[in-house]
Design a protein around this ligand. Structure first.
Ligand SMILES: NC(=O)c1ccc[n+]([C@@H]2O[C@H](COP(=O)([O-])OP(=O)(O)OC[C@H]3O[C@@H](n4cnc5c(N)ncnc54)[C@H](O)[C@@H]3O)[C@@H](O)[C@H]2O)c1
Length: 328
């Protein structure tokens, strides 16, 4: 499969289906990489914001030096429509709709009616197993997970996930292609719920809830500890290199006594349950774990955007092979 597929972005039309938060930043990333993009709005309301959001991402990217080109030059290569048949020239389609199996299934039917039998179909699902999703499609062997991190046009993160029925060569091709998108991808060759990062992150979320709900620390204190410990080194190294850097035997000694005390609960924590049942979404509606005035919530959104461009600059100075590069 790999040898017949091009990795030249200018000749590869990519479809993005679902134009919410992530669909818009994924479309931006692909446009800046040089692809023609066909963006499908599965619901009419996407049409109200999609072009505006992509344009804003592109102009901010130009201001921040991610690209020299004007937003207009990229937008010429973007089609936004509700008509799935526009996907027919696409060799790759990225589904980015709500995390709901029934919605994703209905969207796959419409996508597969439009694309060729050769095209790859992928999902940005956060946690629905790829092996489950691919069974909702006509050609499960050409179905993969492509898991991005927001904002997709600034982050280097990308997980490519093979389901039980995926052709691994298709995953290898996506791995190769995604280097053209400015990613430092990981290929998950064997499907597992939550893939890599969500398994790591949810282990941390669970423990964070445990500490707060049992009175060991406040939400503010847990957040401060994350920012100033892991937040300080994680852009440079992952957990294994971190243990190498700071001395492996110490971790070995701590694990024996600490592991049995970590939370193993399988229930959804009450703290998050109460917020969600009361309609809380986080900064999106100024109702989350922290309290916000509407103005503060908006400013957090803007500050996060600003920070994502800043940290990208730092991250680019320290790629995974930084030491090999230094040695020449
Ligand atoms: N937000 C994140 O940080 C993040 C990170 C990684 C993966 N994801 C995953 O990406 C996907 C999209 O997330 P998002 O944050 O962009 O969500 P979002 O709520 O911003 O957008 C959801 C989009 O789903 C589509 N949609 C809504 N109702 C629909 C319907 N009835 N039929 C068809 N399409 C419909 C629309 O295009 C809508 O804009 C989800 O699977 C999510 O788990 C999100």
């Amino acid at each position: 499969m790999t040898e017949n597929r091009s990795t030249d972005p200018t000749s590869l039309s990519i479809g993005v289906v679902g134009l919410g938060l992530m669909g818009c930043s994924i479309a931006t990333c692909l446009l800046m990489a040089g692809h023609p993009v066909v963006a499908i709005a599965p619901i009419e309301s996407d049409l109200l914001h999609a072009e505006k959001r992509v344009r804003e991402h592109l102009s901010k990217s130009q201001q921040e030096g991610l690209t020299q080109k004007s937003p207009e030059s990229f937008l010429q290569r973007l089609i936004i429509t509700t008509d799935y048949s526009a996907l027919s020239p696409c060799t790759l389609v990225i589904e980015c709709t709500l995390e709901d199996l029934a919605i994703k299934k209905s969207v796959y039917g419409k996508i597969e009616a439009a694309i060729s039998g050769e095209a790859l179909l992928t999902s940005n699902t956060s946690a629905i197993p790829i092996s489950v999703l691919q069974k909702q499609t006509r050609h499960p062997n050409r179905f993969f997970g492509l898991h991005w991190a927001e904002p997709s046009h600034t982050t280097r993160f990308l997980e490519i996930i093979c389901g039980e029925l995926s052709d691994v060569e298709g995953g290898e091709y996506l791995y190769e292609l995604s280097h053209r998108w400015g990613k430092e991808p990981t290929l998950v060759r064997k499907d597992i719920r939550g893939f890599i990062t969500n398994r790591l992150m949810y282990a941390m979320y669970r423990e964070a809830f445990y500490l707060v709900e049992n009175g060991y620390a406040t939400v503010e204190d847990v957040d401060r500890a994350c920012r100033n410990n892991a937040g300080y080194w994680m852009t440079l190294v992952g957990v294994f290199r971190w243990m190498d850097l700071t001395g492996v035997p110490a971790y070995h000694a701590v694990m024996k006594d600490l592991f049995p005390t970590l939370n193993h609960s399988t229930a959804v924590p009450k703290l998050i349950d109460d917020i969600v049942k009361a309609g809380g979404k986080g900064v999106a509606n100024a109702h989350g774990f922290h309290s916000y005035t509407p103005e503060e919530a908006k400013l957090w959104e803007e500050t996060f955007k600003e920070f994502s461009y800043e940290i990208r600059k730092l991250a680019l100075k320290y790629p995974a092979d930084v030491v090999k590069k230094k040695l020449g």
